[in-house]
Design a protein around this ligand. Structure first.
Ligand code: DLZ
Length: 224
């Protein structure tokens, strides 16, 4: 009996207007690199423009939730004030973040909800909530490779990271794609990046994560 896994290949979505962030850990780098490449390949095939993709790295998987949540608080701003029009776009996220600070009062991740940041206008009149189409990213792909060792470290990190990533996406309404492999040994992880040995090459799961980001990003635009 053939086993069908993963989303239907028929689910073709146009990603040409989407902005996607990939945040990846650097532990197990060979596997990470293959997964990131797989995700990028599918993003591009779906039409996501290179200029609308940002790739950021953090040391390990434990750092992924914080990085993802910060990325969601950074806006591509196309926003009109009474006395200034500004466009902040592109991949210079730190610059965008600083610029947003300068513009006054973007509320970073303090629980006020990133879809309606407090953005006071210069005249003192509260500015309207920024529509979700203007948020920095339509989806964030969190990629990490956790491989079980001799201690309980693996279990704690897997548990913390998976719960935190889920919480971030539910709390913010921005899809977080769970690209964290939780493997019991090196071979399991290699196979899931399409790097397995012999006749067990496996399949690169990064590709599904890319597709999932495009699909969820476009769903959320429609739902908002
Ligand atoms: C410490 C650690 C260990 C033992 N294993 C992994 C791993 O398999 N995959 C991974 O992404 N990160 C690992 N780390 C690092 C932690 O995720 C984290 O970076 C450090 O504990 C510092 O917070």
């Amino acid at each position: 009996m053939s086993e069908i896994k993963g989303p239907s290949p028929d689910a073709k979505v146009d990603g040409s207007s989407l902005r996607i962030a990939i945040v990846h850990a650097r532990w197990n780098k060979v596997i990470i690199d293959a997964l990131v490449a797989g995700a990028l390949k599918k993003l591009k095939e779906a039409g996501v423009k290179e200029s609308n993709i940002v790739v950021e790295s953090v040391p390990g998987s434990f750092e992924l939730p914080l990085a993802c949540s910060r990325y969601m608080s950074i806006f591509f701003v196309s926003y009109t004030y009474s006395d200034c029009d500004r466009m902040i776009a592109g991949s210079h996220i730190q610059a965008a973040s600083n610029e947003a600070d300068l513009l006054g009062g973007l509320n970073f991740g303090s629980g006020s909800g990133i879809l309606s940041p407090k953005f006071p206008s210069r005249s003192g009149t509260p500015a309207p909530a920024i529509p979700s189409a203007n948020q920095a990213f339509d989806a964030v792909i969190a990629i990490g490779v956790l491989i079980k060792g001799a201690t309980m470290h693996f279990e704690y990190i897997c548990d913390a990271v998976s719960h935190s990533l889920m919480k971030i996406q539910v709390d913010t309404g921005v899809p977080v794609i769970f690209g964290v492999l939780t493997a019991l040994n090196d071979d399991q992880a290699l196979e899931r990046a399409g790097l397995g040995k012999g006749d067990k090459t496996g399949h690169n799961h990064g590709e599904e994560w890319g597709l999932a980001a495009v699909e969820m990003g476009s769903h959320v635009r429609r739902w908002n």
